[in-house]
Write a protein that binds this ligand. Structure first.
Ligand SMILES: C[S@@+](CC[C@H](N)C(=O)[O-])C[C@H]1O[C@@H](n2cnc3c(N)ncnc32)[C@H](O)[C@@H]1O
Length: 392
């Protein structure tokens, strides 16, 4: 496509973006590695876009924010960000990645973990347990995870709640590490991990916490603002014409992705259980229990219509953008008809399509779940596209 972007000052940056989309670099900053959210952007793609198409202090919006790659990139690059996602888990992950932890909080939590590890079995005093919090696991989850994992996880669940009640900036990180711990312990190959004693699990928390707490406060408190909203992007709490750039990756039409549930896979007993424990943890911070279909269809439950949901999201994006601002939308479709339909939606919601890039399939995916799997195309999607649109 011949476009304005292939000429003039923006050309160099634009060509770099094109190259990067096809060959993304692996994430390097630890904050991007805190939690592997499904269909996550490789940060090198949004970073280049943010650098080239926004300025210091600008507001960048990701209306399908997922695990917060755009927000973290903004934080690292001195832009403010607004993240929207329907999923409480996505919002918890983003909050954990973007919250600055004061030194005092960082050391307090470190000492809690090391004291708990010393006590091992008698983890966190019973007196500190909050009975009204309810259980983290149901009986089946407890059974599938085993008692060592359950005891460690339930202790950290109580700690996250206490920190949250005390207004500690460390609370989201502790909660996010708990979800990551559950995900790791649920894996098919986690037999040895599940059998570790409680103390070993707590030592894992201690070292992961130290690493990520240091990453969140490296460079001092951010001078930018990072809003995390657990709500549908069909109604954004933003004034008209305030957003300088949109970088986003909506769910792919017709593809089932497990955004919220954690699988507990027990090959030894031939069982797999889909657990909502991660959402329970996230509900300490954000309300909501969206369905898998609601998240994959891109909208509110009850509106099971991908194009209609997409149209509502685009209209809101358009409303809040500054005229002339760019939206980079990375999405995939099973066939050209799906892609053409999306382009019509862009045109019908007040965007000019400046360019679209078909993303070559490579071992390192740029954003989608679609990559070469052991060198083989799983053919899950027809093709990924990066749409570059401008608010008219
Ligand atoms: C492909 S993922 C985004 C991943 C993200 N780019 C990252 O780097 O982690 C799409 C996200 O859109 C969210 N979502 C779907 N419909 C939504 C809506 N109407 N409003 C807000 N978020 C929505 C899903 O919950 C999911 O987290």
């Amino acid at each position: 496509m011949e476009t304005q972007l292939t000429h003039g000052a923006a050309q160099q940056k634009y060509l770099e973006i094109l190259r990067r989309v096809e060959c993304p670099e692996r994430d390097r900053h630890p904050l991007h590695k805190l939690y592997s959210y499904p269909a996550k952007f490789q940060a090198s793609v949004p970073e280049l876009i943010i650098e080239g198409f926004s300025g210091p202090g600008d507001i960048v919006l990701d209306p399908f924010g997922g695990g917060g790659t755009v927000s973290v990139s903004c934080r690292l690059m001195g832009r403010s960000s607004v993240h929207y996602d329907l999923s409480p888990l996505a919002c918890l992950v983003t909050l954990a990645k973007t919250t600055f932890i004061e030194d005092r909080e960082a050391s307090f939590v470190k000492s809690e973990f090391s004291a708990a590890a010393e006590l091992a079995g008698a983890f966190f005093p019973a007196a500190a347990r909050n009975a009204s919090l309810g259980a983290l696991f149901d009986a089946e989850e407890r059974h599938m995870m085993g008692s060592f994992v359950a005891e460690a996880a339930e202790g950290v669940w109580q700690l996250a709640q206490r920190l949250k009640d005390a207004g500690s900036s460390a609370a989201p990180l502790v909660a996010c590490l708990l979800v990551r711990f559950l995900k790791l312990c649920g894996r098919r190959d986690a037999v040895e991990r599940r059998d570790r004693p409680v103390r070993a699990h707590l030592e894992w928390f201690m070292s992961e916490y130290a690493k990520y707490a240091a990453a969140t406060n490296a460079g001092g408190p951010p001078r930018t603002i990072h809003a995390v909203r657990c709500a549908s992007n069909h109604q954004l709490e933003l004034e008209d014409r305030t957003v300088a750039l949109v970088v986003t990756s909506p769910p792919y039409s017709g593809v089932d992705i497990e955004y919220s549930e954690i699988q507990i896979q027990r090959r030894d007993i031939g069982r797999c259980y889909r657990s909502l424990a991660g959402v329970r943890v996230a509900n300490l911070f954000f309300e909501g229990a969206p369905t898998k279909r609601g998240l994959c269809d891109g909208g509110v439950p009850g509106v099971r219509n991908y194009p209609e949901n997409a149209r509502r999201s685009l209209l809101e994006m358009q409303r809040v953008m500054i005229p002339g601002a760019f939206a980079f939308v990375y999405c995939g479709f099973k066939d050209d008809a799906g892609r053409d339909g999306y382009e019509k939606l862009l045109a019908g919601t007040g965007f000019e399509l400046v360019d679209r890039i078909g993303v070559r399939l490579s071992a390192d995916r740029g954003a989608s779940s679609r990559s070469l799997h052991h060198g083989r195309d799983t053919n899950m999607m027809g093709r990924d596209w990066l749409f570059i649109a401008r608010k008219v």
